[in-house]
Design a protein around this ligand. Sequence first.
Ligand code: KIV
Ligand code: NA
Length: 266
Amino acid sequence: PRRVRVHHLRQAKDEGRPITVLTSYDALTAGIFDHAGIDMLLVGDSIGNTMLGMTSTIPVTVAEMVPAVRAVSGAAQRAMVVADLPFGSYESSPDQCLATAVRMVKEGGAHAVKFEGGAHLAEHVRLLTRSGVPVVGHLGFTPQAENVLGGKRVQGRGHEAADRLVSDAVALAEAGACALVLEMVPAPVAARVTGVVDIPTIGIGAGPDCDGQVLVWTDMAGMTSWSPRFARRFGEVGEELSRAVRDYAGAVQDRTFPGPEHSFQE
Ligand code: KIV
Ligand code: NA
């Protein structure tokens, strides 16, 4: 299958074909999602919450991200693989941002990187893009800034905040960003951003009018008992996994597993 590239994303927007994005943190799920035709696999810093037992994305390190990125890029034959830059690894300067992005590309095999923030990071976007690393922006609720934003809250409510979101989106697009994630933004505001910028918007809790949608895969598949309001559970895979584990343990305990068909004879 031909690799999904930046110009395909733009084409999809222009032709009104929604872009499909899921997070992935390992080769197993990356292979499954890639085969299913997902356009972009995001190795999100949500790995902290979903896989590493943390309660936020803030403690996630580059050293924790790189092996996950390598696993996903190794398994994805078609999907574009985007690596999140974790908190503290890019904000200080465009040079710091480029150094971290280069690690994601060289060591991880990522095709692009994503980081959180608006117009103040336009120079970061410009340097990376000119250096050969496509950048996905991330606006609206940006989890790395939850301590400034006052928790997990919808962003861009009210005229002023909406205008600021639009101008941030324009600044990132003009700096060369290849796409924008919009997280927890009122649907009409996300629609306005989508209409204003010529790069694709990828929504999560940002309504139906974005150019694409992204979900954390464990929310999408129903792996955990709680999932956010904006996520639809397309399966109850966590329940099914629990059932399999309980059945396995029961079969070992009552000696119905292994049977003769699972055993070797002399
Ligand atoms: O880390 C992540 O999973 C993300 C998505 C929610 C966009 O940044
Ligand atoms: Na993230």
